[in-house]
Structure formats: structure tokens, C-alpha cells
Write a protein that binds this ligand. Structure first.
Ligand SMILES: CSC[C@@H](O)[C@@H](O)C(=O)COP(=O)(O)O
Length: 354
């Protein structure tokens, strides 16, 4: 099969002395890379959405912790580990919902459990952080391959937010099937919801997919029902920030609306996510912390006030789609459907054994 070549952007790179980060707040107007040298820069970049998307947040935090630890001057391993723990907690507090953040930081802490010296710990941390990124790229490709099998040529598929290449190491989760389809000359059409209030769909998904030559059409979030009806959307696919043991899934605000629409129209609703997005410690979505962000994300648009000063605002950044509305969860191990509770518990046992 001939493979086509096109751009699949990367958002985070390890550079030994710093982290190179695509500033996603500036897209699509500017494709600007910034250099992060200090842990405070990393915290700020995550908090202010310069880097966003569950796996990309995890990778950046892992790079940030490894980078900062490489500069510690502590000679004692105990003091080194105490400081590491403090900075790990600090980074974990940057955003609450995407579990990949704590997952990646915990993975770094576990990796240096058995080390004998500070120098060994520094090397192990860098190695583990890079490994997380390498594995995520492969994971996303596998998600793409499993996801693509669910679609037929020329299907029109809706998505929300940006679960694309720049939200991960590469390829993305919900957008990975479209990149693989593009490689294989397999035509699919994407309908991207703009994703109020931060416009990840308009600014990032449209930008990413257009660079790759994927057929993408932008709509406002409120056009979803009419578009499904008028344009014959045959499936919806989104990413995830945290999945509970029963399959309840937190993702960008508006995802639950789409799941309800999918049920009403009788079309499948898929979540695409790596196993690092499963939180095996919680039973249901009710336990997922939902981030509430600055009201100004809603009261201002492109720097202009669009709502009266002093208006009460509710700005949850995520919602939780109950498992009963999810047709399948596309992971690197294949598509999970049916009894999520049992399958996810099985995955947990498998992951814990490895
Ligand atoms: C592969 S990214 C999956 C999710 O993190 C994504 O869909 C999402 O909700 C991102 O929200 P964001 O607030 O932009 O970090």
C-alpha cells in the first residue's frame, strides 16, 4: 500500500537544557515555540493552556520534573527524593481533571525508587520521561489503527475539542484514525465543533487537520444536532481526560451533549484514549474532579468583553459522559465495549501485573 506524506505536528520536545513547546495559545495565528527552563515555567504553561490535552500535559510535566531534578544540588538521595516529591505535587496541582498528569509524574517517581545515587536518579528520570513520550506516539498510532477499522470510506464523523497530534506525543487519540486514513488514501470527512469557550476545535483541530490535508469542516457547538441531521454524520469520536472503572468518561465540556445527540440519532459515540487515561482508583465519574476556569474565558472573546460586567458565570472545562452513552472506548489494546466494569478491571489487573 502506498503511504502519503504530510505534516503531523509535534508540540513538545526534550532538549537536554530545556523543553521546547509549541505555544498552543497562539495558534492558529502564530506557530511559535517557546523554551521552558524552570519548573515554574512548566507549571504556568500547563495552567494557561500553552500545552493542553491529557497525554501532552503528562509528557510536559514529566519532562519538567526530570529537567528540574537534573539541576538539584542536593547530594543526599533522601533530600533529593524529598524535593522531587514536593515538585511532583506542585506540578500535579497545575490542572485537576486529566489523570495523565499524575500518571506520568507517578511513573517518574516509581522509576527512581530503587536508585542508589543522586546521579543515577537524574539519569533515570530523564530516561523515563523520554520513554513516556516515545510510548505515547506508538500508543496513539495503535489507537488510530483500531479506530480506523470502525469507519467506512467517505463517512462523515464529528469531533469536539482537540484530541489530536499536539494534544499527545504524535497522531492524537480521536484524530489518530484520520491521520492513518490519510496515510492510506482512505477518504473520511471530519466535522469539528469549535469548542467554546477556548476554541480548541476551531483553533487547533481545524489547523492540524488542514495541514495534513484531511477534509475538515468547522461548525459552532450549537450546530451539532442540525449538522448531524443535515449532513448525515454517521459517528462521533472524542478524546478523554479521565475514565473511571465503570467507563464514565470526563472530556471537554460539550462532549456529553454530543453523546446524547448520538443516542437520539442512533449513531455510535466513541471515546479514543490510551490506558494512561484510565483512573483505576475511582469507581464512577462522580469522583472525577472537574476543573472550573476563569470566568473571563466566557465573558471575553478575542480580548473584547461580550457579556455584562459582573454577570455570574459557570465555567466547567469538562463534563462526564455516563458509560451507558458510550458505544466503545478505543484504546491501544483494542476497542472496549459492553460491560466496561469487567473489561476495565481486567485491564487494570493486566497493567498492574506488567
Ligand atoms: C488526546 S487529548 C484528550 C483530552 O485531553 C481532550 O479531548 C480535552 O478535553 C482537552 O482539554 P484541554 O482543556 O484543552 O486540555
Amino acid at each position: 500500500m502506498t503511504q502519503r506524506s504530510f505534516t503531523i505536528p509535534r508540540s513538545v520536545e526534550w532538549k537536554e537544557t530545556h523543553i521546547l513547546l509549541l505555544d498552543q495559545q497562539k495558534l492558529p495565528a502564530l506557530s511559535e515555540y517557546i523554551e521552558l527552563y524552570r519548573i515554574e515555567d512548566v507549571w504556568e504553561a500547563i495552567k494557561t493552556l500553552k500545552v493542553r490535552g491529557a497525554p501532552a500535559i503528562g509528557i510536559t510535566a514529566a519532562f519538567g520534573l526530570a529537567l528540574s531534578a537534573s539541576q538539584y544540588e542536593e547530594d543526599s538521595l533522601t533530600e533529593f527524593k524529598e524535593r522531587l516529591q514536593e515538585e511532583k505535587d506542585y506540578l500535579a496541582g497545575s490542572r485537576p481533571t486529566a489523570v495523565n498528569l499524575t500518571w506520568a509524574l507517578n511513573r517518574l517517581a516509581s522509576a527512581c525508587k530503587g536508585v542508589q545515587s543522586v546521579n543515577e536518579a537524574k539519569t533515570v528520570l530523564i530516561h523515563e520521561a523520554i520513554q513516556i513520550q516515545v510510548e505515547d506516539e506508538e500508543t496513539c498510532r495503535q489507537i488510530g489503527a483500531h479506530g480506523l477499522k470502525l469507519f467506512s470510506r467517505n463517512e462523515r464523523i464529528m469531533t469536539i475539542c482537540n484530541a489530536g497530534s499536539i494534544a499527545t506525543a504524535r497522531y492524537g487519540t480521536a484524530l489518530a484514525p484520520f491521520y492513518l486514513a490519510q496515510e492510506q488514501d482512505f477518504p473520511l470527512q471530519v466535522y469539528a465543533c469549535e469548542t467554546r469557550p477556548v476554541f480548541q476545535g476551531a483553533r487547533l483541530t481545524a489547523w492540524e487537520l488542514m495541514q495534513a490535508g484531511v477534509d475538515v469542516t468547522l461548525i459552532t457547538d450549537s450546530m451539532a444536532a442540525f449538522t448531524i441531521q443535515q449532513k448525515g454524520i454517521s459517528a462521533i469520536i472524542t478524546g478523554a481526560d479521565r475514565i473511571a472503572r465503570n467507563g464514565d468518561t470526563a472530556n471537554k465540556i460539550g462532549t456529553f451533549n454530543l453523546a446524547l445527540l448520538a443516542r437520539a440519532f442512533g449513531i455510535p459515540f466513541y471515546i479514543a484514549a490510551p490506558l494512561s487515561t484510565f483512573d483505576f482508583s475511582i469507581e464512577t465519574g462522580a469522583e472525577i474532579p472537574i476543573e472550573e476556569r476563569d470566568p473571563e474565558e466566557i465573558t471575553f472573546a478575542a480580548g473584547t468583553r461580550i457579556a455584562p460586567e459582573g454577570v455570574a458565570v459557570y465555567n466547567p472545562a469538562f463534563d462526564v459522559t455516563p458509560a451507558e452513552f458510550i458505544t466503545g472506548i478505543i484504546t491501544e489494546k483494542g476497542v472496549i465495549s459492553g460491560n466496561y466494569q469487567d473489561v476495565i478491571s481486567g485491564l487494570f489487573a493486566q497493567t498492574a501485573a506488567n
